[in-house]
Design a protein. Sequence first.
Length: 285
Amino acid sequence: MKKTVIRFICIIAAIAVVLGLLYFYPFSDPSETEAEIETPVQAVETSTEVSTTKPLRDYSAFTGKVRDLVGYLQVPNTTIDDAVVQGTDNSYYLRRSIYGYYSYSGCYFVDYECDLSKPSQNTVIYGHNLMDSSRLFGQLTRFKSLSFYKSTPVITFDTLQEQMKWKVFAVFQTNNDAEDGVLFNFRRADFASQEDFLYFIERVRRRALLNIPVDVQENDRILTLVTCDYDINNDWRLVVMARLIRPGESDEVDVESATINSNPLYPEGWYRRKGGTRPSYPDEP
């Protein structure tokens, strides 16, 4: 009997010793514990890189509803904030919503000749001006104002593959009818060479209503927003152009350096109706 009691006491004592070791050992040497913790933290710090990839916009609200969806357009300080589509021509969406139903107001759509997958160097987007500066692309007429430009120097146009911001660099008015002069082809999606592109940008700046301190280089991509302009008649166009912000470039713009262009180049029809002196450029027909 006594042997049984002694054996039991020994077992209990042994268990107590083991439990005591398990309880106290992990905290018995703080320096050793810190060393063990520091090792994996140091490894993470030296191997982790900050990702600059932005998550793509969530287009789930349009899935299965918008057949020709290609992106999303936002212009701050306006209600331009909607999906953009692209048809197989430039007529289909003139009087259709993004869902394909008849709509007098139409929607925002990309020129069918622009290739968003390549992508084209110039992406052209159309929208109606319903003679209402509070709706659709009628709001683009506000860019004629220097003060509005200063409040809205950057716009957003995302595709299904890219999230992008663009710096506005030109706003101009031009004709859509040859009776008012030689047409300036601002709708060009691609260019024969870098020189061809830069010459195109030079001709755009000649027409610009504002002098905007945003440079455009030979490999840059540009965005062109087009709507009707009624300063002459309904066959004129207002064009707002923006340049894609480059990787690593700030989206800040020195808007205080922007000024009004005192003598922009207009088509001949402008001078016949409104007077003024056309600036002389030998290479401009």
